[in-house]
Design a binder for this molecule. Structure first.
Ligand code: ZN
Length: 411
């Protein structure tokens, strides 16, 4: 996507600012002067910032302002090793709430809405982001946080919550509980704002149907403010992102080169206004692509596709970049296949062999037909021949955390 001349000016100013005030970037950009970056091409030669860099800067090494200007910190979940601490100035907090309120507006949410906030509060950015945006919009925030489903549903009914803010898995749990208790007619929800993670079409359809709501994917990550830097509009297909606050690039996760518009790759973000912890070319590991053309909703903000996975999940088979989303889409199109699957990739007699195990309720004599159908669908989508293997429902392992579904036995 072509860089706007105003963005280039912001980037020049950003480089000057971080070189002067951020020891982290003074070191990373050593030898580069703000005036050196005069084009998009030159900008694209700057080094990336990685999660590893952020971990190494623990606790406050990322800060680009005097300590007394930091009004808050957040932290990204440290599932592996050292967490990342992100400092915010008062203006960063304000900018984040402006972006989040804009997300609500794009989703058709107004000050007349009552927003039921179920993501967690605390070091995590989710709950407080939903809250900040709601308050700036002038809507009523109901700061529930996660858990205690009974109380959630009671307040949802008593207060007449109209918007649910949630992760996809918690939205599904609430939807199922509401259906099981037969209280759907007492629930006034009309919209769901769901924290971006990649989630299948089937799950989306179940949540939307069972809750009777229109769903919106909200995008963001703690390292870059938190949720609220993009959301899909009422035209639904893709997420608009706020390019007046952040500059977005999509790169080939293997080579680091920017890819042509419309090609899938890893989203890279540069913060244009952030003071506490500005980031230059931060690798998100989220996979998406730019969606070209004007959106039917009329918004001028650029669009990215709903996330298709994480670049860490990508595997290359017979020269084709493959993501879990590809297999999930193929299974959704295959009649009789359930959404649980596991992929084994082996190298035998000089060839890559990819076996797709999937669960089905179908009787023995039906399974071959389903296997052939899955083979056909994947071949048509990806030009890839796989070995489909139907197994019974419950045969594949389940886990609380995201199950690992790809097993690469080639190396
Ligand atoms: Zn739109």
């Amino acid at each position: 996507m072509e860089m706007h001349p105003a963005t280039l000016e912001q980037i020049t100013a950003l480089i000057a600012r971080v070189k002067a005030h951020s020891p982290f970037y003074a070191n990373k950009l050593m030898g580069i002067q703000p005036g050196d970056i005069t084009s998009q091409h030159e900008f694209e030669q700057l080094p990336f910032t990685t999660k590893e860099d952020l971990r190494n800067a623990y606790p406050l090494g990322l800060s680009a302002v005097p300590n007394e200007d930091i009004v808050r910190i957040h932290s990204s979940s440290g599932t592996t090793g050292t967490p990342v601490i992100i400092p915010y100035t008062a203006r960063d907090v304000q900018d984040w709430s402006v972006m989040f309120a804009r997300c609500y507006e794009m989703a058709g949410i107004t000050r007349h809405d009552r927003i039921h906030v179920t993501p967690g509060y605390g070091l995590w950015t989710a709950g407080i982001g939903f809250q900040l945006g709601a308050e700036l919009l002038g809507a009523m925030a109901i700061p529930m946080g996660p858990g205690n489903t009974d109380r959630q549903l009671q307040l949802m009914m008593d207060l007449g919550s109209t918007v649910l803010g949630a992760t996809s898995s918690y939205a599904l749990l609430l939807a199922e509980t509401i259906a099981a208790r037969g209280i759907r007619d007492k629930i006034k929800l009309r919209k769901g704002v769901i924290g971006s993670e990649r989630w299948g079409e089937r799950m989306r359809a179940r949540i939307a149907d069972e809750l009777g709501v229109e769903l919106h994917d909200i995008y963001g990550l703690t390292e870059v403010y938190g949720p609220g830097i993009g959301i899909n509009c009422e035209a639904q297909e893709a997420m608009h992102v706020w390019d007046d606050y952040c500059y977005f690039e999509i790169i080939d996760p293997d080579t680091g080169a920017t890819v042509p518009d419309g090609t899938s790759g890893e989203l890279v973000i540069t913060t244009l206004r952030k003071e506490g912890a500005p980031l230059i070319r931060y690798r998100t590991h989220d996979l998406t692509r730019f969606v070209a053309g004007a959106c039917p909703c009329g918004s001028p903000f650029p669009r990215i596709e709903t996330l298709i996975g994480r670049s860490d999940d990508m595997v290359k088979v017979k020269g084709i970049n493959l993501f879990p989303a590809h297999i999930e889409e193929a299974l959704a199109e295959t009649q009789g296949a359930s959404s649980e699957y596991q992929v084994m990739i082996d190298h035998l007699n000089g060839k890559d062999i990819m076996t797709v195990f999937f669960e089905t309720e179908a009787a023995e004599d039906e399974r071959q037909r389903i296997e052939r159908e899955l083979h056909r669908v994947i071949k048509a989508k990806l030009s890839l021949s796989v070995v489909p293997k139907a197994v019974l429902i419950g045969d594949l392992p389940r886990s609380e955390k995201k199950s690992k579904r790809f097993f690469d036995n080639r190396y």
